[in-house]
Design a protein around this ligand. Structure first.
Ligand SMILES: *Cc1c(COP(=O)(O)O)cnc(C)c1O
Length: 452
């Protein structure tokens, strides 16, 4: 009998398969070749038969030239930082794909002369916040803050309440961020309380600005007092309010969350916020306020280094002008509608429909519980679903894997069902025959069974 290894198809032959050739057009020939070599290696090691090489390659082909994968967020955390915060609306996705080519981001097509960069996005933002005399957009909320601190307080003092010296995540701390601009921090008040008089005592000739930071990821309860930014505008220095979440106007479901319009109406000259939190747009840092101040920041040399690209401008404008973005739809979804969806999904996948509690997350509305509903599955699903072909991230609660539907759009329910079913059939196969369905969902040999 001839050695079966001699029947392993040659690289050229595998690359000539139409499915493999099509993938090379999308992800590049080099990556496809790596996949082919790996499959041939497996065949040489006897893990797969020589006739299975092409199928193994097709199953393992990357679908995109980038490694980021689409993920279904069933965590119930609407703005999940590790999952990219706000998912963009269809309108915003279309806009950024259009802008990805050559586009008139800084050219006036009528005159052929230079136009204001991102004029459309700026106009949309100005219309959304009529109380702002001018607007500017930087790379993210932290960049907006850095720009303000550099332009207004480098080499001088920033007066800030001790209870607002927050860490925003992944070890980054606002005080350190602010000091990196060359400004010095002048802390006032205590962890739990601060008064207008504390600020007034600290303000002097060396004060560059007063900064109010919304503690967007924790709540201080009990014997507390803080000063609204609007009450600090008489102290003779610019007041900057970092509201964090990017709410442009008050939201009835989030009564304690600050919004740009209310801050500006109370007299605050400059508001900064993120674009990819409650606004539901792309990562961006919004600067909204008095025209003289905003234009000063806009013309500062650092503004050039913190400027946003055409993709962000396109997605931001479409978020502001287009239909309600996904984040708002998720936040406002009626709990009875979530329960009905939970029953449908549970019936389709054989889970149990449950009530649960969702969160805004991502540095917005800390301590706010959003009533929610979803599907409970055995706890093993949590890991298996993450490793699935179409990854789903749920949360483990009371020893079960809960898929919370508040952070899933209704249009994605069918996709969720399909993803769970695919994983479930893999788990059944493992239990009965121990046949790996895909390399990632199952690793039978880890369970002590020999691979088939
Ligand atoms: C999220 C947040 C930031 C940082 O904004 P990014 O857009 O993540 O850079 C700064 N301040 C507050 C209060 C925040 O909530």
């Amino acid at each position: 009998m001839t050695d079966p290894r001699r029947r392993i198809p040659r690289t050229d032959a595998v690359l000539a398969d139409p499915r493999v050739a099509a993938a090379a057009d999308v992800v590049g020939k080099a990556r496809v070749k790596d996949v082919v070599l790996a499959a041939q290696q497996r065949a040489r090691a006897g893990e797969i038969g020589p006739d299975d090489v092409v199928d193994a390659v097709v199953a393992a082909l990357p679908r995109s030239a980038a490694s980021l994968r689409p993920v279904l967020n069933a965590t119930g955390v609407v703005l999940h930082t590790n999952l990219g915060r706000a998912p963009l609306s269809g309108a915003a996705r279309d806009a950024l794909v259009t802008a990805a080519g050559t586009t008139d981001v800084e050219l006036d097509l009528a005159t052929g002369g230079r136009g204001r960069r991102g004029a459309g996005a700026m106009a949309a933002l100005a219309e959304a916040v009529p109380d702002a005399g001018a607007v500017h957009v930087a790379n993210n909320g932290a960049a907006a803050l850095i720009l303000a601190a550099t332009a207004l307080a480098a080499g001088r003092e920033i007066v800030i309440a001790r209870g607002e010296m927050v860490e925003i995540g992944d070890g980054f701390r606002l005080p350190e961020l602010l000091e990196s601009t060359g400004a010095r921090l002048r802390e006032v008040g205590t962890t739990n309380r601060v008064r207008v008089a504390d600020y007034a005592d600290a303000v002097g000739p060396d004060t560059g600005m007063i900064l109010k930071v919304h503690p967007s990821n924790f709540v201080v309860q009990g014997f507390t007092s803080s000063v609204p930014a609007g009450e600090l505008t008489e102290l003779g220095v610019p007041v900057v309010a970092d509201i964090g979440s990017g709410l442009l106007a008050p939201h009835p479901l989030l009564p304690d969350e600050p919004d740009a319009t209310t801050e500006l109406r109370s007299g605050v000259p400059l508001v900064t916020a993120s674009g990819d939190k409650l606004l539901g747009g792309p990562q961006a840092g919004l600067l909204l306020g008095e025209a003289s101040l905003v234009n000063r920041l806009r013309r500062h040399p650092l503004a050039r280094a913190l400027r946003v690209d055409k993709l962000t401008l396109a997605a931001l404008e479409a978020t502001l002008r287009g239909p309600v973005p996904p984040v708002r739809a998720m936040l406002e979804a009626d709990v009875d509608a979530l329960r009905a969806r939970g029953r449908t999904v549970a019936a389709a996948v054989g889970g149990e429909a449950v009530d649960c509690v969702a969160q805004v997350g991502g540095g917005g509305a800390p301590g706010v519980d959003l009533p929610s509903a979803g599907v409970a599955l055995p706890v093993e699903y949590a890991e298996a679903l993450r490793a699935g072909e179409d990854p789903v991230v749920g949360r483990v609660e009371h020893g079960r894997c809960v898929l919370d539907l508040r952070s899933v759009l209704p249009d994605d329910d069918e996709r969720l069902v399909a993803a769970v079913r695919a994983v479930a059939s893999g788990m059944t196969a493992k239990r009965h025959r121990c046949r790996p369905v895909t390399a990632t969902t199952l690793r039978c040999h880890e369970e002590g069974d020999p691979p088939s």
